[in-house]
Write a protein that binds this ligand. Structure first.
Ligand SMILES: Nc1ncnc2c1ncn2[C@@H]1O[C@H](COP(=O)(O)OP(=O)(O)OP(=O)(O)O)[C@@H](O)[C@H]1O
Ligand SMILES: [Mg+2]
Length: 375
């Protein structure tokens, strides 16, 4: 569900303009980041969406309807909310904490139990041990996972997250972020995520909205923000090493090209057969998949053109490096540099080739960024 902010404004008291006529659309099923200095209006913006704070003027449209029309009850049901650290009820077990909203919604107890167990599993918490613990018995990272599980309990379409990993130490924060990316791949929610950590923004965000003093300074896809910061304020926020930093943080999984050519290898397939296929395209090389459709390697057109046409193709297949979708673009780049390949295939956990990362595409993506970091 997309969330549209229309000239959204919040004035506290007489004259504190916390949110100043903001127009933007959080896209359906994407992670959109709100980032900016303390006091710039991030939390206020977030809380106006589920009406924890009432707006002064403007409108918020969810899935085509104004939030006034939707009504507070339906709004809270369709929107999960996760905040930093606090938020868990200390006198309630993990199970009861997660079950809060479903119980308010009067779900039958067996359905609640099923849902809580499902969420514990999703969050990588131990279903035998964790449900019966109290928040004080958990680590910071575990508490945060329970917080996310609670936000997701009633399976809302939208998840609002206000610095959810802010209180976690850097190492565990990285782990939570990695886990969160994987979780979003499964749940595909519309997520609005507040942070003041630019690394976190680049790593998690499909889109990034940058606020300053209540105003929206820039709102773009993450790569566009990195390549074309709207002004000095955004440039400073990104920092001088933004090129390398973003390459390290941006994952392959959003940025590979699904346009590649692959041949399926059989015992009988000859060089001549393969060439016939390749010649239908203008490719310089082809990936070769084995009978289980797993990557076996690649063949270079020019090389096999010189080979004996009746040779089994198998003889000419060269091994190739590959990269996992969760790897960073920097890893892809390093692999290209060390292997001399101008493209690396992206291979998932099941051994399937999902696409390819090309050197030329990386150059295009980071083209206007000085990768030496000396800007
Ligand atoms: N209840 C309130 N009454 C008056 N002013 C408020 C209230 N809540 C927030 N403000 C002011 O509105 C502005 C925006 O606050 P908000 O909490 O949205 O900032 P934020 O971007 O979330 O900051 P932080 O990064 O510190 O969490 C600030 O100037 C703040 O002082
Ligand atoms: Mg805040």
């Amino acid at each position: 569900m997309a969330i549209e902010l229309k000239k959204l404004r919040k004035v506290y008291g007489e004259s504190t303009v916390a949110v100043d006529d903001v127009d933007l659309t959080f896209e359906d099923k994407k992670i959109s980041i709100l980032i900016g200095p303390s006091g710039c209006g991030k939390t206020t913006t977030l809380k106006m969406i589920n009406r924890l704070i009432e707006r002064t003027s403007g409108d918020i449209i969810i899935d085509g309807r104004s939030i006034d029309e939707i009504g507070v009850i339906e709004l809270r049901r369709s929107i999960g909310y996760v905040i930093q650290e606090i938020g868990l009820f200390p006198h309630m077990t993990v199970f009861d904490n997660i079950a809060v909203v479903p119980r308010l919604l009067k779900w039958p107890e067996d359905k609640i139990k099923k849902r809580v167990m499902e969420l514990l599993d999703l969050m990588n918490l131990d279903p035998d041990e964790h449900p019966y613990k109290y928040p004080v018995q958990l680590s910071g990272g575990q508490k945060q996972r329970v917080g996310v599980a609670r936000g997701l309990a009633a399976d809302p379409e939208i998840l609002l997250m206000d610095e959810p990993f802010g209180a976690i130490d850097p190492i565990n924060r990285e782990k939570l972020q990695d886990a969160f990316i994987e979780i979003q791949e499964q749940i595909n929610k519309t997520i609005v995520f507040v942070t003041h950590d630019i690394r976190e923004a680049i790593k998690l965000g499909d889109n990034i909205a940058i606020f300053n003093e209540g105003k929206l300074v820039q709102y773009d896809e993450t790569m566009t923000v990195i390549n074309e910061p709207a002004d000095d304020f955004v440039e400073n926020l990104l920092g001088s090493d933004r090129g390398l930093r973003s390459m390290e943080l941006v994952r392959v999984h959003d940025h590979y090209d699904t346009d590649f050519f692959a041949l399926e290898l059989t015992e009988k397939l000859t060089v001549g057969d393969a060439l016939k296929e390749i010649e239908k395209t203008d490719r310089r090389y082809a990936y070769v998949l084995n009978e289980k459709k797993r990557l076996a390697g690649y063949v270079v057109r020019k090389k096999i053109e010189k080979a004996n046409k009746s040779d089994p193709l198998k003889k000419h297949v060269k091994e190739t490096e590959s990269i996992h979708p969760s790897s960073s673009l920097l890893e892809a780049m390093s692999l290209m540099m060390t292997s001399g390949l101008s493209a690396v295939p992206v291979v998932d956990d099941r051994g399937r080739v999902r696409g390819v990362v090309r050197f030329s595409a990386l150059m295009e993506m980071f083209g206007s960024v000085d990768l030496t970091g000396s800007d």
